[in-house]
Design a protein around this ligand. Sequence first.
Ligand SMILES: Nc1nc2c(c(=O)[nH]1)N[C@H]1C(S)=C(S)[C@@H](COP(=O)(O)OP(=O)(O)OC[C@H]3O[C@@H](n4cnc5c(N)ncnc54)[C@H](O)[C@@H]3O)O[C@H]1N2
Ligand code: MOO
Length: 426
Amino acid sequence: MKRTKAKTAVDPCSVDERIGTRELISLAVAVEKSLALAGPVNISEVVGLEDAIGRVLAEDLVAPFPLPPFDNSAMDGYALRAKDLSGIGPWRLRVTGRVAAGDNVQESGQVGPGEVFRIFTGAALPKGADTVIMQEHVRLNDKIIEIDSPVDMGNCIRRQGEDAAQGSLLLRAGTLIGAREIGAIASVGRARIPVFRKVRIALFCTGSELRQPGEDLAPGQIYNSNRFIMIAALRQPWIDLIDLGAINDDPVQLRNALTDIASDVDMIVTTGGVSVGEEDHMVSQLQEAGGRIEVMKIAMKPGKPLSVGTLNRAVFVGLPGNPVAAFTTWKLIGHRIAEKLAGKALADRPVMHVEVLEGFSRRPGRQEFRPVKIAGVSLDGRPQVEMLDQSFSAKISLICRSDGFAIIPANMDQVNAGDRLEFVRL
Ligand SMILES: Nc1nc2c(c(=O)[nH]1)N[C@H]1C(S)=C(S)[C@@H](COP(=O)(O)OP(=O)(O)OC[C@H]3O[C@@H](n4cnc5c(N)ncnc54)[C@H](O)[C@@H]3O)O[C@H]1N2
Ligand code: MOO
């Protein structure tokens, strides 16, 4: 495979992990420790079907009867007896009845020898019939159909229970109820269903430089984009969001905000103020308020300063202030904590790989989630990616241009053209 030389120099602003590498913990350990702090809410409520959409199912759903409930036709055509098509065709059969979806076949009579019933998709199979032939495969002439080619016994019939047998498991507790799942719940006739109560999450962004979009900016100020990134992430039917807006980098205000909300919520999410500067107060104020930090200093880029802990019974997730770092760490850790609190079964993501188009060198030490753009496809069908800037934590326009993250292992200092990296789609 062709290798190209390093294209870019090492980011001058990147942290030199050789100074203090031992202090950093891996993302895998950070996820494990963070999830251990999150006990599922475990309280359920029974809601109507429409209100169940987007919520988390609180008990297993078992089929109370077979699906489909009765043998029925998969096509518009004619219901017949397969043995009437024995020998050499063409065969001529008489139309003596008619069944449509919804008709009660107990009252529709019997298909006798040499007879067929007109039948429509979804109609129950009439007594005596064992096979359906599509109307396109017959010629109809004055109540007589003519068939040239035989069909197999059971042709075009959907058998009772072929989708799900009575008593079989349709959905597991912990499933997020989307369009498919609500369809399954409705198909077994349930009008109300138990779901876990919503997870209550408080959100505030920290930073004296922040202004709300629509306001004027004074020199040194910026707009609060994290608030909207996080509202977009948290506006889910299974989350009850308490949006506390922005709070200045003021220790007392931050501590008061934490103390006021901690006993009302399951999770507190903040952005900014978790790094090492004198204006970064989140960690110290959480501790002042009686909380504990359990996870910090993670060997990941972006997201090294992400801090996770507890305050009273709430899980605290302090996301970094840089917008791309906040977005990424929420996706990789915060969201999974919220899902666990909500009682959602945590699914393993399917692993995808991409091929690097151009090589480059980097400072090793942190597992990196580098935004990439899919730029082509390799001969064996693998997506090929162009790596976007190495310094991207604060670049919101860059993340809008990217298709996902390529994951660069922590110890890799040289990435070569043709290397395969794991990929997380955005
Ligand atoms: N000496 C060091 N400095 C920094 C380190 C370090 O290890 N040593 N880590 C860097 C990393 S990595 C990150 S990420 C940031 C995280 O810092 P904070 O979480 O304390 O965030 P702030 O300092 O408050 O803000 C960082 C950056 O983001 C902007 N910001 C903050 N909030 C918002 C918002 N709601 N909307 C838009 N932009 C926001 C803020 O203005 C700053 O530019 O620390 C590095 N420093
Ligand atoms: O690595 Mo930070 O978390 O700049 O984004």
